[in-house]
Write a protein that binds this ligand. Structure first.
Ligand SMILES: NC(=O)c1ccc[n+]([C@@H]2O[C@H](COP(=O)([O-])OP(=O)(O)OC[C@H]3O[C@@H](n4cnc5c(N)ncnc54)[C@H](OP(=O)(O)O)[C@@H]3O)[C@@H](O)[C@H]2O)c1
Length: 239
């Protein structure tokens, strides 16, 4: 029996990861607000306390079963609000930080606590972004949060190296994907995001990859047995 836990599996890349994991025989739990599948566990990542409590209970229950392999995809993400941060409301700012960073840390914390002693291969896959590596005008919250969680995941790999039954961690840059997040980017104004025309061009020129293509490349990365703590771009793993 194999287990895959996927945050933000209701749509976009997360939904493609859910479909792929189900096809590969995994028991899947997808954590989101709007998921309606049998795999959905309703969770609002903008509410960190709720995330901590629900994740702890869910993971404790799952850890009471024996698994042959366990995957956690930290995939949920939010680009908005786009624009200069001082123009944004406190609520918008906190929602972005919580979804991309605080709640991601809490999910990983509960996952490590619950599955540290499980005697099987265990991997945390963080779906990162080029925005974790370079600053982009108008994306300060997203860039900062993505950089923060990527580095957190890299540091977890160091700590796990001291464990008897270590959990492997990987950071993956998924490239540009034809999902709702890209639609959100195209819907921003040039004032908030001067690079918006470039992203409109990505869609018009067919440069965006399908979520299914990216999910397959992520599977290829996992199959290639990379070193814990390493970062990979899917471009090297497309078929
Ligand atoms: N699309 C791209 O070009 C691109 C590029 C680089 C990196 N990425 C990364 O790829 C990952 C997937 O992005 P995507 O493009 O598939 O985005 P998407 O289509 O916008 O989907 C976002 C997912 O995150 C979940 N989510 C957002 N807010 C949430 C909340 N408050 N609570 C629970 N879940 C929440 C959504 O679920 P609900 O709304 O149902 O809650 C949804 O399942 C993200 O980490 C993103 O940063 C994407």
């Amino acid at each position: 029996m194999k287990l895959a836990i996927i945050s933000g599996g209701s749509r976009g890349l997360g939904a493609a990861l859910v479909a792929q994991c189900l096809a590969d025989g995994f028991t899947v739990k997808e954590l989101s607000r709007s998921g309606r599948s049998a795999e959905n566990v309703s969770l609002d990542l903008s509410r960190p306390e709720e995330v901590a409590a629900k994740a702890e209970a869910l993971f404790a229950e799952l850890a009471s079963q024996a698994w042959d392999e366990i995957l956690l995809f930290n995939n949920a993400g939010l680009i908005n609000p786009v624009g200069v941060v001082s123009d944004k409301s406190l609520d918008e700012v906190m929602t972005n930080i919580h979804v991309n960073y605080t709640s991601a840390i809490l999910l990983l914390r509960s996952f490590i606590g619950a599955f540290q002693t499980a005697d099987c291969p265990k991997t945390i896959v963080n779906i990162s972004s080029g925005a974790a590596l370079s600053g982009i005008y108008g994306w300060s919250l997203y860039c900062g949060a993505k950089a923060g969680i990527e580095h957190f995941v890299r540091t977890i790999a160091i700590e796990q190296g001291h464990q008897e039954r270590p959990i492997k961690t990987l950071n993956i840059g998924p490239g540009i994907i034809d999902t709702g997040m890209q639609a959100d980017i195209r819907a921003t104004t040039a004032e908030d995001f001067p690079g918006v025309d470039r992203f409109v061009g990505f869609k018009e020129s067919g440069a965006l990859r399908s979520a299914e293509t990216v999910a397959q490349a992520i599977k290829n990365i996992l199959a290639s047995d990379q070193e814990s703590g390493s970062r990979h771009d899917i471009k090297e793993f497309l078929l």
